[in-house]
Design a protein around this ligand. Structure first.
Ligand SMILES: [Cu+2]
Length: 137
């Protein structure tokens, strides 16, 4: 009689183990997210995120790299490097500063909510190198 009680307990324990294995598998299955993620700590940098209408192009980096602005905002990029940069939307037909020599500025007004990924055509490409993301909301 005593031994007959063990059986259900054992199967409950097994179910618990199985459930946690499945939970772990589910966690491991989710991939690392897109390079356009705006979640804090995405790159571990100190000045990658912000909410500014002014973005610096400095040390081959857009700063803030991940920017959040309100609908209708005009964002101005300023090239603080000596080399030529650009602020070019990843999406074709999007905004494009063209060549920006050292000291040059470029402005674009975002009239629609959305996520706008862009890059420098000389030092980056979509999602890598010198790139940035503007979230308009
Ligand atoms: Cu550049």
């Amino acid at each position: 009689m005593m031994s007959s009680r063990r059986s259900p307990r054992t199967s409950i324990a097994l179910s618990a183990v199985l459930a946690s294995v499945l939970a772990l598998a589910a966690c491991g299955g989710s991939s690392g997210g897109s390079p356009y993620s705006t979640s804090p700590g995405n790159t571990g940098g100190t000045s990658t995120g912000g909410s500014s209408n002014n973005i610096a192009e400095q040390n081959l980096t857009f700063s803030p790299k991940f920017d959040t602005v309100a609908v209708g905002s005009t964002v101005t990029w300023t090239n603080k490097d000596a080399v030529t940069h650009s602020a070019t939307a990843d999406a074709s037909g999007g905004f494009d500063s063209g060549d920006m020599a050292g000291g040059a500025t470029f402005s674009h007004t975002f009239s629609q909510a959305g996520t706008y990924a862009y890059h420098c055509k000389y030092h980056g490409s979509a999602g890598s190198g010198m790139y940035g993301v503007i979230v308009v909301k």
